[in-house]
Design a protein around this ligand. Structure first.
Ligand code: FAS
Ligand code: PHB
Length: 394
């Protein structure tokens, strides 16, 4: 058993863990990241594609935006097309004065790994059997195995950034945790195709199911269709995917979509989930370890960044001022923004998807929600305010 010491032991080398490690380093706080998978596996994941204005600002503040500002696509908003009704544009630039950015999570993770390696960061991949110890005490530690050797890291804090299926959340005793969940009866079947994307990001409502058009770069498009979560990838050859996607967009838009062979295809189940609190003693959760949102509101990755914004500020207050007040208020502060994002993601998921067990009353309510957006500038402004990302609290 080797033993080491650091200030913050970070479990999970995804966006939350790696951004936290980067920010702490920039403020002179040591950390060690323990990632279960190989670096190649982590960098091979294809997930989020739209950044809130606040996330763009954080990436720029911490010198992680050079490639994004060169290759990313600023967006004034996202379009909604609706079977038999006029289009609607969530015009975040008009109503908030801010823009979003079409830029893939994969690129962000690549840049995070490059930055931490450049700065000599301690990133341990293929860390097995990660376990948390004594997090309710003032002397927590984390143990793991790698290449048959057992290791223990003594630390001041443990940051649980290990996603929905990680071990950190389980280190909070059941009687101390409150979990809130909605599981949706469908998933998003997504593909990547090496074709030019549409100009706009578009959500499409159709009585057969929703569809979505997004992008990663000028020669890489990302598309999704709502599909039964029980479907397997093998059930969806490219031809069936394209036929389904094109049938769910209005003809004039479908005519502009350039199809082609998929270079990636995956099914993402949809879930709304929050585990409270985000703190237990010296354990602090951030990102998917604490919450999950359906991708409909493009909030998952952005919430990981806002959690790290609050958590890194709390840890700076502790180390720079010897004060714990930001640590103590971290959970409540992060949860206000998390629940706002859960709320928007749930509303957009209800509005844009076909639910198998709904009745005609549900459909009329859905249509009236959309009609209000078409006719009310107040409703448009409120949605734009939420979609672009709420301002961070002081
Ligand atoms: P992550 O899950 O990204 O990272 C957690 C890391 O911890 C992983 O690398 C994992 O290997 C590691 N880990 C797990 N258990 C461990 C253990 N015991 N020990 C050590 N390490 C461990 N969001 C959007 O906004 N838009 C989207 O379109 C979108 N699509 C998605 C599609 C899929 C299939 C999934 C799963 C998520 C999607 N998301 C999307 C949400 C996604 O982007 C997350 O919000 C984001 O990855 C959160 O980052 P992290 O909190 O770092 O969690
Ligand atoms: C994506 O680009 O993958 C994306 C964009 C917006 C969403 C979900 C996914 O709401």
């Amino acid at each position: 058993m080797t033993s080491e010491r650091t200030q913050v032991a970070i479990i999970g080398g995804g966006p939350a863990g790696m951004f936290l490690s980067h920010v702490l380093h920039r403020h002179g706080i040591d950390s060690i990241v323990l990632e279960r998978r190989t670096k190649a596996h982590v960098l091979g994941r294809i997930r989020a594609g739209v950044l809130e204005a606040g996330t763009v600002d954080l990436l720029r503040d911490y010198d992680l935006a050079e490639r994004m500002d060169r290759e990313g696509k600023p967006k004034d908003g996202t379009r909604i097309v609706w079977q038999g009704r006029p289009d609607f544009f969530i015009d975040v630039r008009r109503w908030t004065g801010r823009q979003m950015m079409a830029w893939g999570q994969t690129y962000i993770t690549e840049d995070l790994y490059a930055a931490r390696e450049r700065d000599g960061g301690a990133i341990v991949d293929e860390a097995g059997d990660v376990a948390l110890h004594d997090v309710e005490s003032g002397n927590p530690s984390v143990s793991y195995t790698r290449d048959g050797v057992s290791h223990r890291i003594a630390c001041d804090f443990v940051a649980g950034c290990d996603g929905f299926h990680g071990v950190s959340r389980q280190a909070i005793p059941d009687h101390m945790r409150r979990e809130f969940e909605r599981v949706y009866p469908f998933g998003w079947l997504g593909i990547m195709v090496e074709k030019p994307p549409l100009k706009d990001l578009i959500y499409a409502y159709h009585s057969d199911g929703m569809a979505m058009a997004s992008q990663r770069n000028p020669m890489l498009s990302r598309y999704y269709v709502q599909a039964p979560v029980t479907d397997r990838i093998e059930d969806w050859p490219d031809e069936r995917f394209w036929d389904t996607l094109l049938s769910r967009f209005p003809t004039e838009i479908a005519g502009r979509i350039e199809s082609g062979p998929s270079i990636e295809k995956s099914m993402a189940p949809l879930r709304s989930f929050v585990s409270e609190p985000l703190r237990y003693g010296r354990l602090l959760l951030a990102g998917d370890a604490a919450h999950i949102v359906p991708p409909t509101g493009a909030k998952g990755l952005n919430l990981a960044f806002s959690d790290v914004h609050y958590l890194s500020r709390a840890l700076r207050t502790y180390y720079e001022k010897g004060a714990s007040h930001d640590i103590e208020r971290y959970s409540d502060q992060a949860l206000r923004r998390i629940w706002a994002a859960e709320n928007l993601s749930w509303r957009l998921t209800k509005m844009l998807h076909v639910f198998p067990d709904e009745d005609p009353f549900d459909q009329r309510i859905r249509e009236s929600d959309y009609d209000l957006l078409l006719t009310s500038e107040s409703a448009q402004q409120a949605l734009a305010h939420e979609y672009v990302g709420l301002p961070f609290e002081d």
